[in-house]
Design a protein around this ligand. Sequence first.
Ligand SMILES: Cc1cc2nc3c(=O)[nH]c(=O)nc-3n(C[C@H](O)[C@H](O)[C@H](O)COP(=O)(O)OP(=O)(O)OC[C@H]3O[C@@H](n4cnc5c(N)ncnc54)[C@H](O)[C@@H]3O)c2cc1C
Length: 417
Amino acid sequence: MKPVLVVGAGPVGMTAALFLAKAGVPSVILEKATGRQQQGSRSICVQRDVLEILERIGVGQAVADAGVTWYTGRTYYRDREVLTLTFPEAEGFPPFVNTPQTVVEQLLEERVRQEPLIELRYGHALESLTQDDEGVSTKDLQASHCIAADGVHSTVRQLLNIPFEGLSFDDRFIIADVRVDLDFETPERRFYFDPPWNPGRQVLLHPQPNGVWRIDWQVAEDVELTDDRIRAIVGDKPYEVVWQSTYRFHQRRAGTFRKGRILLAGDAAHVMSPFGARGLNSGICDADNAAWKIAADRNGEAGPNLLDSYDAERGRAADENLRITGDTMRFLVPGNEEERIHRQKALESGEGIDSGKPFTPSTYENSPLTTDGGELVPNSRTAGPGFQIRDGRLIRPDGHVAARRCDDRVKRRALGW
Ligand SMILES: Cc1cc2nc3c(=O)[nH]c(=O)nc-3n(C[C@H](O)[C@H](O)[C@H](O)COP(=O)(O)OP(=O)(O)OC[C@H]3O[C@@H](n4cnc5c(N)ncnc54)[C@H](O)[C@@H]3O)c2cc1C
């Protein structure tokens, strides 16, 4: 049986391979790095629905246990608190858990290594690939399909000549993981507009496990991370900088997420500013969506258009994420006088402040797998023999509800799973 080729052993590639294995589909993951990078947090904020998705492949609880749970986000303007958002506790996973991406990747890799249907090959950079009606080929591998999860500079996307349009922001951010014992009673997200210790710009503080704080400073072009800058936040407490990086944000998406038997997922398909935690979270949703559709296609259970619905559903999800993160970036870094006035009024009144809208999964309205009113009925162009209707919902061949957010709570309710 030909495997599925997964390019990239980042969080999205490993999640996709685990979902394929869950559907009984073998895969080979090609990863150009020679081993896992263990440094730095990168993505830290995993959202509830995404934890539920990860739990279906056996890692959601472990990711939640390894992180810091938070319920409240506070926003300050100068020395005043102007907005407080508290997310309700509910059954199941908490609304957000801050688990560094390095830890998420480690947990995913442990699961990958337990899975006989997945072969993970480090030190294998994909350099070329071709496809025809029978499958996808590289120089030494024949596969039925490919999931390209090879990150923002995706080789696969470039080999397929798929444009990656959008924009890049000029503003620079310093991002650091700082171990320090701050006097906050509960772990919370704190966002500071124009604080006295970073005048005219922003600072974001996020708790991480083991007494580490993720601090993001918006800075001018020539500014470096100095002791003074950190001391302005931590006072005279002892601290240790565990990791630091400087960053510019990009808002871009691939022109299409599907070409034949190849689906682009994660950063290979879209990149966005991290305010709102939409990068990794939406990449995990891509992996779930891509894997079940490929599994159905391999089993002859998909109609001719099921793979195309990946582009429709995940493309629109990316558009929504890009619109929301774009609004946030315009608020954080106003591009013209009108935006500056709007921001100033919002900060002074406390109304309409946008320091990042927390991720929620796409609801897939107007997906080709649904019809008017969001009711799930099979679309004759896509539904194949494995699909069933139950309680007015379209159930896909692997037993999950098709095309109804990535929100597994809905799926579990429908299926008692
Ligand atoms: C500073 C920062 C903060 C962030 N904060 C958040 C956050 O709070 N929440 C959130 O949801 N997201 C956040 N993100 C985004 C998140 O890190 C990315 O969205 C995520 O890493 C995407 O995962 P991926 O698997 O698609 O790509 P990657 O993690 O980039 O993995 C791609 C993999 O493909 C491999 N590869 C590349 N080319 C090839 C090739 N030719 N052949 C084989 N292998 C190849 C690479 O070596 C890599 O291992 C943040 C990102 C940054 C940089």
